[in-house]
Write a protein that binds this ligand. Structure first.
Ligand code: URA
Length: 424
């Protein structure tokens, strides 16, 4: 038996938490025997003092042990999943899951909703008429066996300690701790029962991790946790200083994903989808299929249609369109620069994202880029469109773009998409 105050004081004073202290505090917090204010103090102590590799692995295990571990052994294909730390216009899961399924593996993607300026995968898919995020375990298993890809809401039984702790961290300024982020993400993915995991760790203004050293540290920490739990894990560190693709916002991103699945779409979205698919297929042991060729041929599109239809969605229904669309034009001639965070905040203010967990999102709201960073433009040329059902939101979106959508005479080189690959 431990005391919460002693556990907090151990970390506050810069000492290591023992395995027993970690197991106890997370189990007691999940049961409600450790109070929110005590856990908040411990989270702050961890944020300030850190946790070493051993503590982080044990913290992850204790969060896994707080709930159920899923097993999809009857699926008949190798299982592999992907997780992105989130970015502006990051719709990659949408084309990626059907692509990897079309190549012969199965993708059990249990996903969350968006908070803040990065969009949530479920919010995007919910813009499709009839599509349902919540599935039973039986439905997930059947769809994995039949279609090979499921994107659905995570179940409440998966790592409940993380669910409670993440909500607490969100309101206590303790999200930005690398050991807490890494254990939060990895506990959910390990409990999900996937056989391999590819992480897309974003770096840049629109990402959680703003700098390359922080992104690398997070990626390495998660790859190490995967190794410690017997989950083959690879991480790509990819750019998030400019938006990914041209569409930012729920239905707009679904439309762009469909373009990619039909063999078209923006080059950066295609390149990242293929890079992640290659890593996923390597972990799944599928070596005889070229995902670039499969994507370009449009062969992943029928898998998308089946994946959407299996969850009640109508893949051929028109997507919602905003009632108000207006353009932002270039105030001068020159080379355009587009900052990811500014576009993310603009889309969020237009209604594409939520400020609090319980807020609703507008399916049709967002930003559609009409040019790419680095393009030469002339004064008066439309640079992007603002889409919303609430025109009052436009002034806030324009304000967000004031510093981040700039036309100048000195072009910045377009950042490299793939910064690094971290393997075990
Ligand atoms: N995403 C998560 O799932 N957990 C974190 O702590 C941060 C991002």
């Amino acid at each position: 038996m431990f005391s919460a105050v002693e556990v907090i004081a151990t970390k506050r004073d810069g000492r290591r938490l023992t395995d027993d202290q970690i197991d106890w505090v997370l189990a007691a917090y999940t049961r409600g025997d450790v109070a929110d204010e005590q856990m908040a103090a411990l989270a702050m102590a961890i944020l300030l003092q850190g946790m070493d590799g051993g503590e982080t692995a044990r913290w992850t295990q204790a969060m896994i042990d707080s709930g159920e571990v899923l097993s999809f052994s009857g699926v008949g294909r190798p299982l592999v999943d992907k997780h992105s730390t989130g970015g502006v216009g990051d719709k990659i899961t949408l084309p990626l899951a059907p692509l990897v399924a079309a190549c012969g593996a199965a993708v059990p993607q249990l996903s969350g909703r968006g908070l803040g300026h990065t969009g949530g995968t479920l919010d995007k898919l919910e813009s499709i008429l009839g599509w349902r995020a919540s599935l039973t375990l039986e439905e997930i298993t059947a769809q994995l066996a039949d279609v090979g890809a499921v994107i659905c809401a995570t179940t409440p039984t998966l790592a409940p300690a993380d669910r409670k702790l993440y909500a607490l961290r969100d309101v206590t300024g303790t999200v930005e701790s690398i050991p807490l982020i890494a254990s939060s993400i990895m506990s959910k993915k390990i409990a999900e029962g996937t056989g391999g995991l590819v992480l897309d760790v974003k770096v840049g203004s629109g990402a959680f991790m703003k700098t390359a050293p922080r992104a690398r540290e997070l990626a390495e920490t998660m790859v190490r946790i995967g190794g410690a739990h017997g989950l083959a894990t690879t991480a790509l560190i990819t750019d998030m200083s400019v938006p990914l693709g041209r569409a930012v916002g729920n239905a707009l991103e679904v439309a762009e994903s469909v373009e990619v699945l039909r063999g078209g779409g923006p080059a950066d979205v295609v390149a990242l989808t293929v890079a992640l698919a290659r890593e996923m297929l390597a972990l799944a042991g599928v070596s005889d299929v070229d995902p670039a060729a499969v994507l370009a041929s449009g062969a992943a599109y029928p898998v998308w249609e089946r994946m959407i239809a299996a969850q009640g969605g109508d893949p051929s229904a028109p997507l919602p369109a905003a009632t108000h669309v207006e353009a932002v034009v270039a105030d001068r001639s020159g080379v355009v620069d587009v900052d990811a965070l500014s576009v993310g905040v603009a889309a969020w203010r237009l209604g594409a994202g939520r400020a609090r967990k319980e807020d609703a999102v507008q399916a049709a709201a967002g930003v559609l880029l009409l040019v790419e960073p680095g393009d030469q433009v002339v004064a008066g040329q439309p640079l992007l469109e603002l889409h919303t059902d609430t025109p009052d939101a436009v002034a806030g979106a324009r304000a967000a773009l004031a510093q981040g959508l700039v036309v100048s005479e000195d072009p910045k080189p377009r950042p490299t998409l793939l910064h690094a690959t971290i393997r075990p």
